[in-house]
Write a protein that binds this ligand. Sequence first.
Ligand SMILES: O=CCCCC(=O)O
Length: 491
Amino acid sequence: MLDTKVTKLELKDPSLLETRAYINGAWVEGEATFPVHNPATGDLIANVTDIDIEGTRQTIDVAYAAKKEWAAQTGKERGAILRKWFDLMVENADDLATILTAEMGKPWAEARGEILYGASFIEWFAEEAKRIYGDVIPGHQRDKRIVVLKQPVGVVGSITPWNFPNAMIARKVGPALAVGCTFVARPATLTPLSALAMAVLGERAGIPAGVLNVIPGTDSSGVGNELCTNDKVAKITFTGSTRVGQILMRQAAGTIKKMSLELGGNAPFIVFDDADVDAAVDGAMIAKFRNNGQTCVCANRIYVQAGVYDEFAAKLAEKTKDLNVGNGFGDGITTGPLINDAAVAKVEEHISDAVSKGATVTMGGKRSDLGGTFFEPTVLTGVTRDMVVAKDETFGPVAPLFKFEEEDDVVAMANDSEFGLASYFYSRDLARVWRVAEALESGMVGVNTGLISTEVAPFGGVKQSGLGREGSKYGTEDFLEMKYLCMGEIQ
Ligand SMILES: O=CCCCC(=O)O
């Protein structure tokens, strides 16, 4: 039962809980609002301004008008503002985490970790702002010199998901603003408050009017379509499902926009006989149960070689017992609720399909006694290729264990997916480490680790997991155009 009375959040700085849209440096109250609820309790946290297609169009105009002046600033000037923004995020990490947990459900400590992770992208790109280098190419004729300039693409439209309401925006807006683009952010309808709180701090950091705009709302497909078809938007950056990514790509084709797409995954996690099994169990716990399994890089298929299968399965089940499911504000909680009923239904379908085809539930397997969308962390053994979990991303706390015999077979099974975002494997054989790392068809490979996300590395996928990379020294490239000057001699 969803509440209709707003529940007050305990914040050191209550002004961070902003419910208005942020457009052209002003806080805009819309005529319509929409409710944001805490998925752990159903409590109403806020009624947020609902920006429609017309409001989106006006915001794009504003961002378009602001782009010339912002691009004219030096990298050092833009970087200084971003650095201030980073400092403010870190200073306010507790409150930002409280807002994040309230709207998304992840445990408060994990939410705080996300805030620092998000902030790290702002810091990284504050530094990169000074390093947008061009090139000088030796001329192809005696009287010619060739110079390559890197210029900001212009207005960036950003569409981000509910599972990382801070970090997914941070790693898009950081590079965009660093190189001189202006930004229109459309946060997920379920989690707009983290994005608005970031904008509050962005304003305090001195981001000029029109450069950063945040337009929450409910008409996701209408606003997405406007961002993708509006001539004034030069680039779309999106994190979300492959299905929606395909729609956006089709819509953006009409105006040939640059696209960065960080889409679905179905990550294999492989444990070879020669692995350190305890380390592999620890890695699997992170890769599988981080954010309650609701992460695009979460391990979705766990392949364990026959010689260590039983040991690994027993140890993983034992560790899973330590997870503590509950309201993310509770002490010692490691695992929050799933985001909504549809997420629970998908998890239940995947488990019942696997069990109907012969899998065994060795841990969890059902809704938690806490009710709502809480679900018991689950381990399944005896999982086979014909089960839905082998093909579909579960996006929930289910660890399905497949048994394999040969390296070639497991690499073939791991690659037997239209997705190619992340993969993980554990082995102590150096030759195998290189062989398997090179053979896996994914943009990122965790070798003897279950956690690969950092601002210093290029995050992104191959195949239908997306286009482009976020973070790292490569992270600015998708926000830049290259222009070459062919310089003739002046006679
Ligand atoms: O769902 C995708 C979120 C990616 C989180 C990360 O950076 O690890």
